[in-house]
Design a protein around this ligand. Sequence first.
Ligand code: AP5
Length: 225
Amino acid sequence: MIIILFGPPGAGKGTQAKLLSNYFNIPHISTGDILRRHVKEDSVLGKKAKLYMDSGELVPDELVTDMILERIRKPDAKNGFILDGYPRNVSQAQSLNKSVKEIGFDVDLAIYFEASKDVIVKRLSGRRVCKKCERIYHVVNMPPKKDMVCDDCGAELYQRKDDREETIINRLNVYLKQSTPVLDHFSKHSKLKKISADSEANSVFNVLKDTLDRLKNSDLEKINK
Ligand code: AP5
């Protein structure tokens, strides 16, 4: 099963991807997480990506596409995966289509997380992430038990540089300009399911679980009704 989680920054894609990854036992592959690891390790790719990421711009396709295609060919992805943050423009969507076909797969469904601007800004400005295991928290909605300390691994939490208010606005603009055309691409291939992401995380997860359980039972027509 190959599922794409698509939607504006802060809609909750990473949060839901982690829950789905545990539920279906397939990896969560996030371009943002992989790029942030490169930045942390100060790799050649990380050095090139950092400026774009800090300002909320997209990292150039030629840097991201090879990176993600290499990741989806790894053995742990052979039974499927959840893609979060890719594709982000039409050219990436076309590269992905071609590559999944080459490895004998097809994208099953792209899920579009619809969220209002107010919700997005509140979610992003309150987000904190574990430095070590990358678990996602929110200072109000999903706080850790102990302030700024990860419940799972005890490491310190941090605020992403691109979660500053001025960068959030730019990320939203970049999303509207460059990423929303991808919706048409999915829609043309009848592989798009829209869900409301404004409600609390467990409700969103229940809708997703239901949708994907039905997909597993080959009920795609009903899903799109
Ligand atoms: P990336 O990391 O992909 O960022 P994004 O798409 O902007 O998405 P976010 O991670 O900000 O949000 P999310 O939807 O995952 O929300 P989350 O679950 O964390 O990309 C970062 C940068 O990398 C890009 O700007 C770009 O530079 C580069 N990049 C990445 N992919 C690229 C590509 N393909 N091409 C080129 N460049 C690329 O939730 C947010 C907060 O809300 C959290 O605090 C969470 O606890 C809370 N929350 C989540 N769900 C709920 C809920 N239902 N109710 C209440 N609170 C909630």
